[in-house]
Design a protein around this ligand. Sequence first.
Ligand code: COA
Length: 280
Amino acid sequence: MNPPQSDVMKVNLEPVSDDQNLGFIACLTIDRPDKLNALNAEVMASLKTVCAWVEESDDVRVLVITGAPPNPPAEGKRTKPHAFVAGADITEFAGAGSDVIRERFRNNAVEALWNLSKPTIAMVDGFALGGGCEVACSCDVRIASNRSTFGTPEINLGLIPGYGATQRLERLVGYGKAHEMIMTGDMVPAEEAHRIGLVNHVVAPEDLEQTVMEMARRIGTKSSHALRVGKQAVRAALDEGLTDGVEIEAIAFADLFDSEDKEIGVQAFMNRETPEWKHR
Ligand code: COA
């Protein structure tokens, strides 16, 4: 099982547990630290390839996505700041017209990430700006270090977000705060991002990886079938009204009663055993 790699993207596989049958957590690192991991065309192509691989690979249970830490500074230069992703690569916007951008942003990698049926976690350490904030918003869960900063500064370029923040950020932080972020372009520190619902947890930088991996492992031990159904049902809350959404949940919940994993889970509870899922 060899994950795709590229010059700008590394993918490591971490076992969910000592039990090899439980599969792997795919840890994807966007690797352009000298450019604060900005999303250029190469990164976006790699991200799309990795997402397709994650979806197809039966052994991958959870995807964790992060940005590479800064390289040691060149002599006489300062260390560059920590970044998850500091946005789309702005140099690729120079001179670009709408035809180029429509083509580039159609079926883009952020949508591929959003459309994964498997659980996804953004591990954010540093700047998550513009497309970086949008990559994070396209994951199911966001966990950030306390030195992280979020924002949608596209307005400062005479633009608006283009990877879904007007919709997905709005769903996380609400109408008023999304307007404020998109209209001012102001940076939002991690603690505030936590308070407004943009991130799930904020921890010290040295605790970040462990916190994320513990959650990824916990999720990775669940029934992948139940996880998939649960993700679809929660997503329905974004597109449907409450009455239709509750109906979607009722159908999904009842359908799970015909799944082998439901019987495995219920029997394991009653026998005080750890469930051995059919759909690992
Ligand atoms: N696109 C392309 N390059 C970027 C980038 C981006 N979105 N963000 C940072 N970089 C590059 C810088 O050009 C610089 O490259 P260089 O060292 O070769 O000159 C390097 O990353 C380090 O960034 P720098 O600006 O020197 O760091 P800083 O600590 O002074 O500032 C930021 C950090 C995040 C405040 C600043 O880089 C910034 O505002 N970036 C753009 C954020 C943005 O607008 N994102 C939305 C894009 S749509």
